[in-house]
Design a protein around this ligand. Structure first.
Ligand SMILES: [Zn+2]
Length: 458
């Protein structure tokens, strides 16, 4: 039984599936105009943890994550510049090159961060026809209107528009004085298709029944989720930023078209803060995976840091917290290398991590459970099989690649046994000399009542 907090009902609910064991799940993916910052990665890693939890629960996620490679303007409200075109302009490149470069980078990074591979990673630019078709159908049903810069969705025709995000539409109406697009009928109306400027050529533009242009941001998720997963998703995920605009608009256009709920369950990951501020390019406080790697942290350290906070709480990033996660990961790895050294035969049941994850993805409690397990394990001569079965469970759920922690080579093993021999013959000078040699190889030796065990120092 998996329980998750459903944004739609504001309650933790049992996950119900239309076609168990299949889980049709759609997660809003990246806009590919730059390196992802860790706020994006936190959200995406949380998607991956959900997928891992579903799989470990004997379910079969059919996971679609889109790539937004067109039409996402700098403001969610259909104004501002196109993010891709802006980046292309600033680098003297074509928007297509920017999109290709950062899509490839994103997909490579998924491997690097040990993601379960989504079943589909559709790109908006590969689904222009589906989007045009979707808009045409909305037009036939009378939900659209045309103004100078595009085709818009008339949010007043969708009576539940405010429900999902509990929006105060009167307040938005009052705020409409600052509306940049006075031809819009309602402040919450949004672009389905934007027209290309008549005086200049865009890198990305397509013909449509309404004229040359490009799709608005929100329509791609409705069109692609419909194509790959059908009318009603079991789970739709995103960041909490998506609730008031992007997901509200997805619901409006999809449900206007299909007259079915777009998703049974909506899961949203909270923000992360850096030095108590929201991550934003304009504050100049962004940190990327590349920054983290440059400082010597592996992608697994970032994954572990993500696990330390609950997805619905506002987590904080600091270099100190990353360092603490690294120390914690080292403890796990040194448990992992015990399997190369053990001669024990005790079996300890693997930690009960899945229960915690099935309880609204309670990763902090899962880590606490793991901590208790490791404390117990420290005092037992576990068998190789017992250690490995726990490691494989931890890796399946957390993706920490603990089973990949390498053994040491024969020469180092020989040094360790030479050192033990030296200690046995009370040649402490030689034992110490070997110890410092081992430290240069990132190893330490702990002398326990049952013999020496080696561990990694970092
Ligand atoms: Zn989306």
């Amino acid at each position: 039984m998996i329980r998750l907090y459903n944004t739609l009902t504001h309650k933790v609910e049992n996950l119900t599936l239309q076609n168990s064991p299949t889980v049709n799940i759609y997660t809003c993916g990246p806009t590919v105009y730059d390196y992802m910052h860790i706020g994006n990665w936190f959200t995406f890693i949380r998607y991956d943890l959900l997928i891992r939890t579903l799989k470990a629960s004997a379910l079969e996620p059919n996971w679609v994550m889109n790539i937004t490679d067109v039409g996402h303007l700098t403001s969610d409200a259909d104004s501002g510049e196109d993010k891709l075109a802006k980046k292309a302009g600033s680098e003297g490149k074509n928007a297509w090159d920017i999109a290709k470069f950062y899509s490839d980078y994103f997909i490579k990074s998924l491997d690097k961060l040990n993601f379960i591979k989504p079943n589909q990673i559709p790109k908006a630019t590969d689904h222009i026809n589906e989007q045009i078709d979707f808009i045409s159908k909305l037009e036939q049903k009378g939900y659209t209107y045309r103004i100078w810069d595009g085709i818009y969705f008339d949010s007043s025709k969708f009576s539940r528009y405010a429900d999902f995000a509990r929006l105060d539409l009167d307040e938005q109406q009052a705020g409409a004085r600052v509306e940049l697009n006075p031809e819009k009928h309602n402040p919450t109306d949004f672009a389905l298709w934007k027209f290309s400027p008549t005086d200049k050529h865009r890198d990305m533009e397509w013909d449509s029944p309404w004229g040359r242009g490009f799709p608005g941001w929100h329509i791609e998720c409705s069109a692609m989720s419909l194509k790959y997963l059908g009318e009603t998703l079991d789970i739709h995920c995103g960041g909490i930023d998506h609730i008031p605009v992007h997901h509200t608009n997805e619901i409006a256009q999809s449900e206007a078209l299909t007259e079915k709920p777009l998703a049974t369950m909506w899961i949203h990951a909270n923000h992360i803060l850096i030095s108590d501020e929201k991550i934003s390019k304009s504050l100049g406080n962004t940190v990327t995976l590349e920054d983290i790697e440059q400082k010597g942290y592996t992608p697994e350290v970032l994954r572990l840091l993500v696990l330390e906070s609950h997805y619905r709480s506002q987590s904080k990033f600091s270099w100190e917290s990353l360092e603490a996660a690294k120390t914690r990961l080292l403890r796990y790895k040194n448990f992992a290398v015990r399997r190369y050294q053990t001669e024990g035969d005790i079996t300890l049941n693997p930690p009960e991590l899945l229960n915690k994850l099935q309880d609204d993805l309670n990763t902090p409690e899962a880590l606490a459970e793991l901590e208790t397990f490791l404390e117990k394990a420290d005092n037992l001569k576990l068998s190789k099989v017992s250690i490995e079965s726990s490691l494989s469970l931890i890796d399946d759920l957390f993706g920490l690649r603990l089973l990949d922690t390498p053994d040491i080579n024969d020469a180092l093993k020989q040094s360790i046994s030479d050192r033990e021999q030296a200690r046995f013959t009370k040649d402490f000078a030689r034992a110490d000399a070997i110890r410092s040699e081992l430290e240069k190889n990132n190893l330490t030796v702990l002398d326990t009542p049952t013999g020496s065990i080696w561990q990694y120092l970092s």
